[in-house]
Structure formats: C-alpha cells, structure tokens
Design a protein around this ligand. Structure first.
Ligand SMILES: [Zn+2]
Length: 154
C-alpha cells in the first residue's frame, strides 16, 4: 500500500505544504468494500514551531464512488473537507504518517444516506430490490420459520 507520509526531518521552522494523491488502491488497502473507486487530492500544511513542535492542517478534495443505497449502481460523491482536528506530530524529526487520518476523514465526508439524485437510479434494480423486500415481508410463514417455531417450543 502507498502510505501518505511527510518527512519532518531536514527543514527549519516555518511552513511547508505536502501534496499527495490517494487513489482507489490506497482505499482498498484498508479493506473497505464500500469504496469502489476514489481519487482524493491530499494537501497537508505543516507548520514547524521551533524545533520541537509541528502542527498540521489537512485538506481532502476529490471524489469517492460507492454503491447507491437504493439501486446499488455506482454513485460518485464529491468530497471537499478540512477536518477541524489540529494534528500534532509525535516528534519533530521523524516521518509523520497521515494514511489513517486521510482514510478516516474521507470516510467521514461520505454521507450516511447515499442515493442518486431523483431519477438517477437504475430503474431495473430499484424494481427488483423493491420486489424482493415485499416478498420478505409477505412471507412470515416460510417452511423455515415454521421449523424454527418447532425447535423453540422444545
Ligand atoms: Zn441509485
């Protein structure tokens, strides 16, 4: 997996901007089946205050493609987020790994309810999925539920 790591060694106090691109492969390394495709530009603005302290701001922008909740077809979501968290480096002279933060904050930027705009869903899958749900509701007395009742009463 490609990691997002900034090097804090070898530069004096001041500000530095680091840019990375987190692609589909990056997100799939976290074993997230929800993310079908991703292309996130990562900008990390690191500020060294003296020799000991480093703070950073994170900016994530790009797109994430996930299955639509309604029709399961791919749905591309625009991401543009600047987490409120102010990151502080564990040490001012080491590598600083942002991989987990980039992954976490990208996932947080994806809404809970992910559906295509009205009319954008695949009508065939919606019809199919809707049908399946109705079948489940209308069949409480399947052979299996009857069996389950038998065992429960013992
Ligand atoms: Zn949809």
């Amino acid at each position: 997996m490609k990691s997002i790591i900034i090097s804090l060694d070898g530069w004096a106090a001041g500000e530095r901007i680091f840019r990375f691109h987190a692609d589909t492969e990056f997100f799939q390394a976290f074993d997230n089946k929800e993310i079908l495709e991703a292309g996130i530009d990562v900008e990390i603005k690191a500020v060294k205050e003296g020799t000991r302290k480093v703070k950073a701001d994170l900016h994530l922008s790009g797109t994430v493609t996930v299955p639509c909740d309604r029709c399961l077809e791919p749905l591309t979501i625009q991401v543009d987020t600047r987490p409120d968290e102010e990151f502080e480096a564990p040490s001012a002279e080491a590598d600083w790994d942002f991989s987990q933060a980039v992954y976490d904050y990208t996932c947080l930027a994806v809404p809970m309810h992910k559906v295509h705009p009205d009319g954008g869903c695949n009508p065939d899958t919606v019809k199919y999925l809707g049908q399946e749900q109705k079948d489940e509701e209308a069949a409480p007395s399947s052979p299996f539920s009857a069996l389950k009742g038998l065992f429960d009463s013992k």
